[in-house]
Write a protein that binds this ligand. Structure first.
Ligand SMILES: [Zn+2]
Length: 282
């Protein structure tokens, strides 16, 4: 029997022989150096549990470790920001609800307006319509606005006055129009120079347009009495203008008072300035 076949034992016998060979010192006819000593290594640290190896700051919506996302979020204080946002939203909603009656009152007081702004003021002057007129230019540099000129539109409606001031050929405009119902229409911002007074002077200073704010009251200018709403709105508008400009009572004047030559203009006929000054003080 060949040698190779003699050693090809069944696997169980080979395993057994292996064990025998390991447990028995190997026989060698030659002297061998001793095996190098194993280095004295520290024991391997215990492996942390798998939960601890998970990233603790993993983002939503993954589970963080073995906890649900919401639990981890609560523990690390992540509820604070959404809670702050929620509180802000609640405060905003409560504030809006608290203001609603005032807004409705303002809308009711202003009445119907030309551009259907529901009476809610659109700017710091309480205007319920902003209809920019092309008829304006810049005030001269360094001009101090310290005067209000009141006019009558000599029209039946505010819309007619608006149409006139929208027409570039008319070359006239006014900062504000106050309709019969007291609605304030702004056509030129007071920072700009509107063209309402024409040739004029006040206290010897010419060109009233440059340093005044023009307010047109819708009225036929034939003695037609001005409405209560117009007095109230005029006083309110001048009070608002006074937050920006220093306008004493004495410099709230009629167009008739500043137009040159004297007698060129009569408006606003029949306007009760004493009533306006009283309203301004109340
Ligand atoms: Zn006028």
């Amino acid at each position: 029997m060949p040698y190779r076949q003699e050693t090809a034992l069944p696997s169980s016998a080979a395993t057994r022989g292996d064990r025998i060979r390991r447990s028995t010192p190997a026989f060698t006819p030659y002297r061998q150096d001793p095996a190098p000593a194993a280095p004295d290594l520290p024991p391997c640290p215990a492996r942390p549990p798998w939960q601890a190896r998970w990233p603790q700051r993993a983002g939503w919506p993954w589970r963080i470790g073995w906890k649900p996302v919401w639990k981890s979020a609560l523990e690390r204080g992540a509820w604070k920001r959404p809670a702050a946002v929620l509180v802000c939203l609640i405060m905003f909603a409560v504030g809006r609800m608290a203001c609603a009656p005032h807004r409705q009152e303002a809308a009711a007081a202003a009445g119907p307006s030309l551009n259907h702004s529901a009476g809610i003021p659109l700017d710091e002057y309480g205007a319920v319509a902003l209809i920019p007129s092309p008829n304006y230019n810049a005030r001269p540099a360094g001009t101090i606005v310290n005067c209000v000129v009141l006019h009558a539109t000599a029209t039946a409606t505010g819309q007619e006055a608006v149409n006139s001031f929208l027409n570039p050929k008319s070359e006239t405009s006014s900062h504000f129009i106050i309709d019969r119902n007291g609605a304030v229409i702004e056509m030129v911002p007071p920072e700009r120079r509107a063209w309402h007074a024409g040739v004029s002077a006040l206290d010897g200073v010419a060109d009233v347009n440059s340093y005044s704010v023009g307010i047109e009251l819708v009225d036929h200018n034939d003695g037609e009495p001005y409405s209560d709403a117009q007095y109230v709105a005029t006083a309110a508008l001048i009070r608002r203008l006074r937050m920006h400009y220093d306008i004493p009572d004495a410099r709230i004047v009629s167009h008739a008072a500043v137009a040159l030559p004297p007698g060129r203009k009569t408006d606003p006929v029949g306007f009760d300035f004493a009533r306006l000054y009283t309203a301004l003080r109340s």
